[in-house]
Design a protein around this ligand. Structure first.
Ligand code: 0O2
Length: 222
């Protein structure tokens, strides 16, 4: 390997390592919030969390796609998803619960929100995207790091993973019939998510009635 190339790789590694610390912080926060929510409400809003650091190759190609020179300054300024976290949950209502929990953290600043759940993309893509900034405390002081958080249901995630694979297989030019089928599948995802919420609401109502009946039996009126 030539020395210049090796030095550049080292430079990139040093530049990217702070994003790993930001992901560690976010992951810890999400675990605590989820465990606390489970303790208080007996419900886990988060099913899984996946995080990744964008590879130097994809950062470079994203800059090139945007017509920008490959410099660390441009990366810091224009690439907001170097550190990415994907949170999946069971119910659409959990998406906004998780958003509220993140937004209420004093040390997190939500810089932007794209609500593709309320306003899906024309292809049917749904997800709530946040760009947040979190301080990472280094020996020289705090550094503020941007992280992209995508929050979606398991069903939305299933759809998006398949669509992403198809998109890359066809290099962005998905044939018309497949696009139509994908849109139909997105509508089914929407139907499934709404149905799951209705079932969950019925279960909650049933449990409440059961509890009230138990209390009445022992002579306690609510
Ligand atoms: P990858 O390979 O997943 O990292 P920006 O990042 O702001 O410059 P954009 O497109 O305005 O670009 O941001 P947006 O809409 O918030 O989308 C960012 C990410 O959301 C994408 O990252 C995808 O991960 C995901 N995404 C957005 N639209 C779709 C879609 O139609 N289908 C699927 N499957 N995923 C989508 P990258 O960097 O494009 O790709």
């Amino acid at each position: 390997m030539n020395k210049d190339f090796q030095e550049r790789i080292e430079e990139w590694k040093n530049f990217l390592f702070i994003y790993k610390f930001a992901l560690d912080e976010i992951n810890t926060k999400l675990t605590i919030l989820n465990d606390e929510f489970q303790f208080v409400h007996q419900h886990n809003p988060i099913e899984h969390v996946k995080s990744r650091i964008k590879s130097p190759e994809s950062i470079m190609s994203k800059l090139q796609r945007k017509g920008l020179e490959v410099t660390t300054e441009n990366v810091e300024k224009y690439i907001k998803d170097i550190a990415g976290v994907r949170v999946t949950c069971s119910f659409t209502t959990d998406i906004y619960r998780i958003y509220d929990m993140i937004e209420s953290q004093d040390d997190i600043e939500v810089l932007s929100v794209k609500d593709y759940v309320e306003n899906p993309k024309p292809n049917g893509y749904k997800s709530l995207h946040l760009i947040i900034e979190i301080p990472v405390y280094l020996s020289k002081g705090p550094e503020f790091v941007k992280v992209e958080i995508q929050i979606r249901t398991i069903a939305m995630d299933f759809w998006a993973s398949l669509e992403h694979k198809i998109y890359y297989k066809f290099e962005g030019e998905i044939p018309g019939n497949l696009s139509t089928e994908l849109k139909e599948a997105a509508d089914i995802v929407h139907y499934l998510d709404s149905k799951m919420i209705r079932i969950m609401e019925e279960v909650t109502e049933f449990k409440e009635h059961e509890k009230e009946a138990e209390l009445r039996e022992v002579g306690v009126e609510k």
